[in-house]
Design a protein around this ligand. Structure first.
Ligand SMILES: [Zn+2]
Length: 466
């Protein structure tokens, strides 16, 4: 039932994908306004998509491109791009028979430098404090350039095989580690260009940010490597000074900002409010992304309203990391967790705040599971955050929304856009989620990708403690 069709035609430079189901929210507005476009209860539209020389060509309601039986000649509006040379000529046709097709996926918040250390640095009790201790000890003992390169490259191979086209990674930027990690990051960014676009964010503490001597080398690394400036926020007497220093540096050097904030159930954690207020006061003009924001779910309604109103006014975006939150939040030995640990994405979206979800940690002391698979993140986020009644435009959270915040042309289906697709064997979103083993074919620049997720056993042998 959920097999892929015959896709040998994808090897051709030009072809037509006939009868694809795609999230209507990822199509251009003129196409969604087309009366011929049928949209089902999950928000999926049946379309034909042309691919020409690595880019998407015309996209039209199924059966309505020239050359389709019974099709009309007047393809709707701008979706029938005049700059494709096909004219009325029919391209080789690949029948998808209603299978779900997604644009390339975007993972806006990861930690490549920590990925896959679990086998040598497990979390003894699943707590946040133990995770920090285990990761710090592993960094001190093992994070050479060679070790980082092996694990980060392995992580990118996973993400690439699963259909991710762009990924942002936070990089621990403490002391001597800063230059080692950013150096490896820069090499891998160059090597992976054209396959996975990688962005780097500095990760230091808000106390470091408040100390000019500690912050200077972090800002220098970010500037040297074209990165994003970021820090980890928690209740601290240095919070205000640290934020001021980060905004100062960002404004002075034209940097975007990306924070970890309020990753706790402590209602006193109000980092998001502090960030939003400062961005509003300073009229910050850069892109601003804030991750986690878990404590909002533990605060009273008035406080939530105050924070979200400020956040909406600041134009900042929020990335929820639901799988790591489920693992780390509300964990007490012998006690069943009572809350999900996630932030208020529905309330944010209702205010016009751009929200998205991402992987966060993978197979490290902060989260022993995961595989840099954004379909898994979408599936689990849909269950945890109730992104399903209706599905509406929630599919934006794994592509279009993060792409906008990362400043990338990805995550949407538009004529002239990149032909980076994930063709699934499922015919519905529920079908895709119900069977995690549903086959998928990743298409890169119009061509089928042969990339497969690498074997974890090989990596674990390579990175084992000597
Ligand atoms: Zn994180």
């Amino acid at each position: 039932m959920s097999a892929l069709p015959d896709l040998t035609g994808l090897a051709a430079p030009r072809y037509r994908l006939a009868g694809a189901r795609v999230p209507a929210c990822l199509l251009p507005a003129d196409l969604t306004a087309d009366a011929a476009l049928a949209v089902d209860a999950e928000g999926l539209a049946r379309v034909d998509i042309e691919v020409e020389h690595g880019r998407l060509g015309r996209i039209a309601p199924a059966g309505h491109l020239p050359g389709e039986d019974g099709g009309r000649k007047d393809v709707a509006g701008g979706s029938a791009s005049g700059d494709t040379p096909a004219g009325d000529e029919a391209l080789p046709r690949i029948a998808l028979d209603g299978r779900l097709v997604l644009p390339g996926l975007v993972d806006a918040h990861t930690h490549l430098d920590k990925a896959f250390i679990w086998s040598r640095a497990p979390n003894p009790d699943g707590s946040f404090q133990a995770a920090i201790a285990a990761a710090s000890a592993d960094a001190a003992a093992n994070w050479s350039a060679a070790d980082l390169r092996r694990r980060m490259d392995f992580a990118l191979r996973c993400a690439h095989a699963h259909g991710t086209v762009a990924l942002r990674s936070h990089l621990d930027s403490f002391g001597a580690q800063t230059d080692i990690s950013w150096g490896v990051f820069a090499e891998l960014r160059a090597e992976w260009a054209g396959r996975v676009a990688i962005q780097g964010v500095s990760l230091c503490t808000i106390d470091m940010a408040a100390d000019p001597e500690a912050l200077a080398p972090v800002v220098a690394a970010v500037r040297r490597h074209g990165g994003v400036l970021g820090a980890f926020l928690y209740p601290s007497p240095n919070l205000a000074a640290g934020l001021e220093a980060l905004f100062d540096a960002a404004e002075r050097h034209g940097l975007d900002l990306d924070f970890h904030a309020d990753e706790t159930d402590d209602p006193a954690a109000q980092g998001l409010l502090a960030i939003a207020r400062l961005a509003n006061r300073r009229r910050f003009g850069g892109r601003l992304l804030v991750g986690h924001c878990c404590s909002l779910a533990a605060q009273d309604a008035a406080q939530v309203d105050r924070t979200l109103d400020e956040a909406a006014r600041a134009g900042l975006a929020v990335v929820s990391l639901p799988l790591c939150n489920l693992y780390l939040q509300d964990r007490t030995p012998g006690r069943t967790p009572r809350w999900r640990g996630v932030t208020l994405v529905h309330e944010m979206k209702a205010r016009g705040i751009e929200v998205m979800v991402a992987s966060d940690n993978v197979r490290d002391p902060f989260y022993p599971h995961g595989d840099f698979d954004m379909i898994e993140i979408w599936r689990e986020a849909s269950r945890i955050l109730h992104l399903d009644h209706p599905v509406a435009d929630w599919p934006r959270i794994v592509g279009a929304a993060p792409a906008k915040v990362l400043g990338l042309d990805a995550g949407r289906l538009r004529s002239g856009g990149p032909a980076d697709l994930v063709i699934t064997g499922a015919r519905s979103i529920h079908g895709l989620f119900a069977r995690p083993g549903t086959p998928r074919l990743v298409v890169r620049g119009g061509r089928p990708s042969e990339a497969r997720a690498p074997n974890l056993a090989e990596l674990e042998k390579e990175i084992a403690r000597p």
